[in-house]
Design a protein around this ligand. Structure first.
Ligand code: AP5
Ligand code: MG
Length: 307
């Protein structure tokens, strides 16, 4: 990406071709792939719980978080929560959170940490014994600490943080080609994973749309926000005792996928492959299961009282 495109620090109001596996963390640059416990001797109570996948999919905007989470969810008995998808749903439904989020998301900014924690935990807390992935959360150090405290209180610590390390210039090309199915969060790309019928979702046949924040100006701000507020989380997680941090670099999801799958299976050996039935896939596809209507309604009710 040209230096002029991303102006680091250009959004002060925001608080918050190497085709190989590599780490983005300086200390690990020489390694093609790394997976480590931040501290030797993982806490005893984590050993058993390590069999449950509680994972963060971390990476720049457009790195493929949604695409790769979707691939894991499609193959394995895992649920995925995307905060971006949840916010777009709130915006579409004009909830109180949606009203707050609309302008911030459109401008490529970040919502306040406390709102995001509530949005996430209101869903996460239903997933106690499930394998799950968080896509897009946490996104600031503050969110990371809030999430840790919340999970610690429930004795359900994170087990894995995956950092998708994709070069900026690769990402830019993808964004201009992205189409999404808003209700499910399914992601398509006209050159990488085209829908079966142009403009229509494979599962439902409903129309696809472009995201309003997928334009070069807003994307530059999202990337700036990533460097300013989100990337510091990596060093935070590298010092945390409870979870493994794995950084996987590549230019395509096909490069990243085998390492991702291997890592996930190593952390959660009890993971089961899903039955191939279309209905089971649909039920569990991105955000759908956890965004069950009734829960959404009760969540909205809570928010109305507080915001
Ligand atoms: P969010 O929706 O999370 O956006 P993002 O982080 O910017 O990430 P993207 O969804 O754009 O990218 P992705 O990594 O999922 O990539 P994808 O798989 O789609 O958040 C949106 C906004 O909500 C934020 O800007 C913020 O305002 C707000 N927000 C969300 N969470 C928040 C939080 N925690 N705190 C505060 N605010 C928050 O892939 C991208 C494209 O590439 C697709 O077209 C895909 O098909 C294609 N592609 C994927 N892999 C490949 C490949 N290998 N080769 C070619 N194309 C590929
Ligand atoms: Mg996404």
């Amino acid at each position: 990406m040209p230096a002029s495109f991303i102006r680091r620090g250009a959004v002060p109001a925001l608080r918050g071709t190497r085709r190989a596996f590599a780490s983005s963390a300086g200390a690990h640059k020489a390694l093609p792939f790394f997976l480590h416990n931040a501290r030797a001797g993982t806490h005893a109570k984590d050993e058993g719980e390590g069999k449950t996948l509680r994972m963060i999919m971390f990476g720049k905007p457009g790195a493929g978080k949604g695409t790769l989470s979707g691939r894991l969810v499609k193959k394995y008995d895992i649920l995925s929560l995307s905060t971006g998808d949840m916010l777009r749903q709130h915006i579409a439904e004009r909830t109180e959170v949606g009203v707050v989020a609309e302008e911030i998301v459109a401008k490529g900014g970040l919502l306040p940490d406390e709102i995001m924690l509530r949005v996430v935990t209101s869903k996460l807390d239903y997933l106690h014994n499930k394998h799950w992935i968080l896509d897009g959360f946490p996104r600031t150090l503050g969110q990371g600490k809030l999430l840790d405290a919340h999970l610690r209180a429930q004795n359900t610590p994170l087990s894995l943080i995956i950092n998708l390390d994709v070069p900026d210039k690769v990402i830019l090309n993808r964004i201009s080609d992205r189409w999404v199915h808003l209700p499910s969060g399914r992601v398509y790309n006209m050159s990488y994973n085209r829908p079966k019928v142009d403009g229509l979702d494979d599962e439902t046949g409903e129309p696809l749309s472009r995201r309003p924040d997928d334009n070069p100006e807003t994307f530059a701000r999202r990337l700036s926000a990533f460097y300013a507020s989100t990337s510091p989380l990596l060093s935070y997680y590298s010092t945390q005792p409870h979870a493994k941090l794995a950084s996987i670099a590549g230019e395509t999801s096909d490069e990243i996928w085998p390492m991702l799958e291997q890592t996930v299976r190593a952390v959660a050996p009890s993971l089961q492959e899903r039955g191939e039935s279309r209905e089971a896939r649909r039920r569990n596809s991105l955000s759908e299961a956890v965004l069950a209507r009734s829960e959404t309604k009760s969540l909205r009710g809570d928010e109305v009282t507080e915001y």
